[in-house]
Design a protein around this ligand. Structure first.
Ligand SMILES: *Cc1c(COP(=O)(O)O)cnc(C)c1O
Length: 385
């Protein structure tokens, strides 16, 4: 496996600063490296493996579909995508779904839809989208432009025009930036990559109200916060708002690539034939898996998310190096000095945690067993004590 690392370095474009480990197997929230060493997984492949590794019912759902047919293209109907769409709609307040393969693609779809909505309504020159500083919306050119981080706007000019950035939780700043050109406001209810920072509920409600008054679309990027991560199926459900478009990906896939944009009443029919598409989108295997993911995220599991959030917070509160804990549900940021060093220390001791800006970020599986949770917390509190 040291050979694998060498081959990787030689042949794969070096866009990632990889940790020095090759994971070869996983079961539940336990990962195994090439030497058979065990790790407790508090990262879930960046909020993807929300139901852990090797989830049996999920495996059965995808392998059953794989044995029937793996791909048909969007020229034809397919059963898993229809059933998944029905499940998504029945469990949210949205009206229609577009399927794609990643978070960035879901956001691209949302951006296109917002612009077409304004154009369909006859608003001239209304194509600007306001996003928030420290947001993260993806790595394609448009979603990078949407991402409110200067450091990510360096090398790839020209970026698609039509994005403005406002200060999170500062309503008057947003109000100032809204103009006759604004067609949408796009935000993450808990900024993930930006440091696991939840937006203020009152702020978000005021933003929604402003959007309604001006027929501006509210786009809710739930690529990371979605699919049970924050303790409700989607985070908007605990903010008391109803976005016009919601995007999600990561946890919906549990390991297979899938993304989607959900459209509310206003935007349900904005995209028509030929306006958007994706060859791999609505893949039957990914959709069959996602349908099983949604089935498993029931009231009981969501209750567990809140219970585990409390257990983690209680364990961390007493650690000397912890300055502050931020986040919502099982999406948590730990403010501390030298997070990078501590993350490395955790890994060496058999615990996988992530970073978000200067913080340690925890994204354990929603169904992590209490035994695994305690094992992981033992290592984490030792490192942070
Ligand atoms: C990860 C993420 C994305 C990008 O998703 P990809 O699947 O990597 O394209 C977009 N928005 C948010 C909030 C994310 O966390």
């Amino acid at each position: 496996m040291t050979m694998i690392k060498e081959i990787d370095k030689t042949y794969i474009a070096s866009t990632y600063a990889r940790k020095d480990v090759v994971f070869v197997k996983g079961k539940g929230s336990t990962l195994y490296d090439e030497n058979g060493s065990e790790y407790i997984d508090f990262g879930s492949g960046i909020a993807v493996n929300g139901l852990g590794h090797g989830n049996e019912k999920w495996l059965e759902a995808i392998t059953t579909q794989l044995n029937k047919i793996a791909h048909t293209s969007n020229l034809y109907y397919n059963e898993p995508s229809a059933l998944l769409a029905k499940e998504l709609i029945s469990r949210t307040g949205f009206s229609k779904v577009f399927f794609c393969n990643s978070g960035a693609e879901a956001n691209e779809c949302a951006i296109k839809t917002a612009r077409k909505y304004s154009s369909d309504k006859g608003y001239t020159d209304r194509n600007e989208i306001i996003t928030l500083n420290k947001s993260f919306h993806g790595r394609t050119l448009a979603t990078l432009a949407a991402t409110g981080q200067e450091s990510l706007h360096k090398y790839f000019q020209p970026y698609p025009a039509g994005f403005m950035y406002a200060e999170p939780d500062n309503f008057s700043d947003l109000e100032k930036k809204v103009s006759g050109k604004t067609c949408a406001v796009m935000l993450e209810l808990v900024q993930g990559e930006g440091g696991v920072v939840p937006l203020d509920v009152e702020y978000v409600k005021r933003v929604e109200k402003l959007c309604r008054e001006k027929d501006i679309l509210l786009i809710d990027d739930e690529v990371q916060t979605g699919n049970g991560r924050t303790g409700t199926l989607y985070a908007y459900m605990q903010y008391g708002i109803m976005p016009d478009i919601m995007t999600t990906a990561k946890g919906l896939g549990n390991g297979l690539p899938i993304g989607c944009a959900l459209f509310g009443e206003k935007t349900a029919n904005t995209l028509g034939k030929g306006d958007h598409g994706s060859t791999f989108g609505a893949n039957p295997v990914a959709c069959a898996g996602a349908l099983e993911v949604l089935k498993q995220i029931d009231a009981k599991l969501l209750e567990e998310v809140k219970e585990k959030e409390k257990i983690i917070k209680d364990a961390l509160k007493v650690c000397r190096k912890v300055k502050k804990i931020t986040g919502l549900g099982l999406m948590m940021g730990i403010e501390c000095d030298n997070a990078g060093v501590l993350i490395e220390e955790c890994l060496n001791k058999g615990l996988v945690v992530l970073a978000a800006k200067e913080k340690i970020r925890l994204l354990p599986a929603l169904n992590i067993s209490y035994e695994e949770l305690n094992k992981g917390l033992k290592i984490l509190t030792e490192v942070l004590k």
